[in-house]
Design a binder for this molecule. Structure first.
Ligand code: PMP
Length: 309
């Protein structure tokens, strides 16, 4: 395992990671009143550069989650990016890294609520590889758990407490021998995976659940929609997907910052399409990895360089 992190941004400054500690009485630890992000930065060997992928979009979504939780934070996406650049330069990483920003109710004491509480922002970054082992052919099951509803805990916010739902989904799938799970809404349609968005390819169309299907508004999802439409030339339709439609799909995949693009080989022991990596997902994976490493001039504006040129 590569080393790191050595530092964290904590209580307004960058400190050694051992000093970034909170009290057991912290509100967010007791009640799940935090929100987090997951950002990747990719090392490009040719450019000798570390590129952060779409950080402003991630920080904007994080601050939006904070709004859902009534957090008043003295940060903007731009000021969070400045802190991230300083942190990554201090770590001096020359490898792929995963960045974890976290905003949380930092007051101590008892009482479930959102109002009249302080909030704080912390962030760290560590070297990181794959999230799912079988990226070119994962084995997936339908979870018996349902996705949290917008009227329960909004899935569009990356709220820490809501991730108990994802943890239930992921662990049942993993302990049953699957790589991941698909999770249905209360209405029985597909929402997403435990921590990633979902697409099928069927009859020359890419289909993905809409943002009102209790999904996280994924930034990779947004990227993939653009790559499918503009680069691969496949129309993308956002609509509800029935469970059995997955069994008839030509290809299917998960996408997210952590998982990147993961092909789905089978769902509940039924092969998806040929059961092998299909042409669209294969092409998309290639395009995505070139995009995030700043290799496609058209999308270079999404990639923020860490080190001076
Ligand atoms: N859905 C859920 C529930 C997630 O946790 C994630 C990971 N952040 C995603 C989708 C993918 O989102 P993104 O592409 O912004 O990382």
């Amino acid at each position: 395992m590569p080393e790191g992190p050595k530092y964290a941004y904590f209580q307004g400054k960058i400190v050694p990671i051992e000093e970034a500690k909170i009290s057991v009485m912290t509100h967010a630890l007791n009640y799940g009143t935090g929100a987090f992000g997951g950002i990747r930065a990719y090392w490009n060997d040719e450019d000798e550069q570390l590129y952060i992928f779409r950080p402003l979009d991630h920080f904007q979504r994080l601050l939006n989650s904070g709004r859902l939780l009534l957090m008043d934070l003295p940060y903007t996406p731009e000021s969070m990016l400045e802190i991230l650049l300083e942190l990554l330069r201090k770590e001096n990483y020359r490898t792929n890294v995963y960045i974890r920003p976290l905003i949380y109710k930092s007051s101590t004491g008892i009482g479930v609520r959102l109002h009249d509480l302080d909030a704080d922002f912390t962030m760290f970054a560590l070297p990181f590889g794959s999230y799912i082992p079988n990226e070119e052919g994962s084995k997936v099951t339908f979870s018996s758990w349902r996705r949290i509803d917008d009227n329960t805990i909004p899935a569009r916010g990356k709220i820490t407490g809501a991730y108990a739902n994802s943890a239930l989904i992921k662990t049942d799938a993993a302990l049953a021998g699957f790589d991941e799970a698909l999770v249905l809404n209360e209405d029985g349609h597909i929402a997403e995976g435990s921590a990633e968005n979902f697409f099928i390819i069927r009859n020359g169309q890419a289909i993905t659940p809409p943002i009102y299907s209790n999904i996280l508004e994924g930034i990779t999802r947004r990227t993939v929609i653009q790559l499918l439409c503009d680069e691969i030339g496949i129309p993308v339709v956002e609509r509800q997907i029935d469970r059995t439609e997955v069994f008839l799909a030509d290809e299917a995949f998960f996408c997210g910052t952590g998982v990147q693009i993961v092909a789905i080989a089978e769902v509940d022991h039924r092969p998806v399409g040929t059961g092998k990596l299909g042409p669209v997902v294969s092409r998309l994976r290639q395009l995505y990895f070139d995009t995030v490493r700043g290799k496609i001039p058209r999308y270079k504006e999404w990639c923020v360089p860490v080190y001076p040129a």
